[in-house]
Design a protein around this ligand. Structure first.
Ligand SMILES: N[C@@H](CCC(=O)N[C@@H](CS)C(=O)NCC(=O)O)C(=O)O
Length: 385
């Protein structure tokens, strides 16, 4: 009954799946992505090199953090509901899932790749997870330089450059202050236990910002409660904070949202909403130019490259361009689908919470075609009305 997780210690998206698996006591073995087993047996089955990938005890292969978590949730592993029952809290959980997965890429990449003097010796070793075992040192160095070169390039396509570095630091400092303030009172983002909100955030907050030497120190010195949350998100023991165990199934009350959570939502409105909006607009203009794309065609995207190109937008006083990754629309759609599923009364209550925090346009910001996943690949779905 053992699952296998193929991943890497430094991988942002592996951290999301691993955190769920550890916290919910899923029996699993982690195998490094540089292994023969992954490259020779698993990659050919999914058609691209991508992590995290999980093999179930029955031998089924699932790639993608959200899909891995949903599969294990459906198998009954979740100790607590990872999708909040209160529609208002559920929608907020989806917002943090989306933001956590893609809204922290700038600080994650900046604090990893722009501090070589301190970080590089650590990165050189940790990247051995993606190398085949037993490589001669010289060859290892060449492969590391190649792999890290690709990641440095990704840093720029995610919007980090000499003009924006200070803004990235300013933005992350603000985010840490808000997270610290919130997590000082609440053990998890939405109260007494972890939900998809926490799993979305933990990728960047653990694998890069809570593990690489420079940002780890920054977190420990400036935001000790955020650091403690990162630890909690990686532990198999159930964590109970009596003070946060409210009558409402241990989660916060959607009718009485903490001010510190609303401040985090406002941060997302300022920092991330312009980016996802620009990405949807760019995708829509691209889709209009490509009516020939058939339903079911793969989007052919890698983690940092796609045919959709770069979207330009203003981010914190700077005009920047970032790469449009179709997978983001998958998480955006999860939020929008959850919204559409609610009763009219709940939709209006959700709209008003999101409106008060500057986020209400997120429900209407939709791609003209749905983004689906099939056989572990992203594909274009039907035209949305
Ligand atoms: N949607 C995916 C994103 C996975 C992803 O982008 N993973 C990165 C590593 S953190 C990757 O494998 N990139 C492939 C590459 O670098 O070629 C998930 O959450 O599982």
């Amino acid at each position: 009954m053992t699952y296998t997780l193929y991943g890497m210690g430094a991988s942002l998206y592996t951290a999301r799946a691993r955190s769920y698996m550890r916290m919910n006591a899923v029996p699993f073995t982690e195998i490094k992505a540089g292994s023969k087993e992954f490259t020779e047996e698993i990659v050919p089955q999914i058609g691209r090199w991508i992590i995290p990938t999980m093999k179930t005890p029955e031998g089924a292969i699932i790639q993608d953090g959200a899909d891995i978590i949903d599969h294990l949730d459906a198998e009954g592993f979740s100790k607590n509901p990872i999708y909040p029952a209160d529609p208002k809290v559920l929608l907020i959980a989806h917002l943090f899932e989306l933001f956590g997965s893609h809204g922290l890429l700038r600080p994650a990449m900046h604090y990893r790749w722009n501090f070589d003097e301190v970080n590089l010796p650590f990165l050189r070793e940790t990247f051995r997870d993606v190398l085949p075992s037993g490589m001669p040192d010289k060859e290892e160095e060449a492969v590391f330089l190649h792999a890290s070169g690709r990641m440095r390039q990704a840093t720029t396509v995610f919007g980090v450059n000499s003009q924006t570095q200070k803004l990235v630091e300013e933005s992350y400092a603000q985010f840490l202050v808000l997270m610290e303030q919130h997590l000082r009172v609440h053990p998890f983002i939405l109260g007494g236990h972890a939900t998809i909100a926490d799993y979305g955030l933990i990728g960047a907050m653990f694998a890069h910002l809570g593990r690489d030497p420079v940002p780890l120190r920054l977190m420990q010195t400036n935001a000790p409660n955020v650091f403690r949350w990162v630890e909690r998100m990686n532990m198999p023991e159930t964590f109970i904070d009596e003070a946060a165990a409210t009558a409402n199934g241990q989660l916060i009350d959607g009718n009485n949202l903490p001010g510190s959570l609303l401040q985090l939502m406002r941060f997302i409105a300022d920092d991330y909403l312009p980016e996802i909006t620009a990405h949807v607009e760019r995708a829509n203009s691209w889709l209009e130019r490509h009516p020939e794309i058939e339903t079911g065609s793969p989007t052919n995207n890698k983690s940092m490259k796609s045919g959709l190109g770069l979207a330009a937008f203003v981010w914190r006083r700077a005009e920047i361009e970032t790469v449009v990754i179709p997978y983001r629309f998958y998480l955006l759609q999860r939020l929008q689908d959850a919204f559409d599923d609610q009763s009219e009364g709940d939709r209006s209550a959700i709209h008003s919470i999101f409106g008060n925090t500057g986020l209400d346009t997120i429900f209407e910001t939709r791609t003209n075609r749905r983004l689906e996943r099939k056989d572990n690949q992203e594909i274009w779905g039907a035209v949305q009305s």
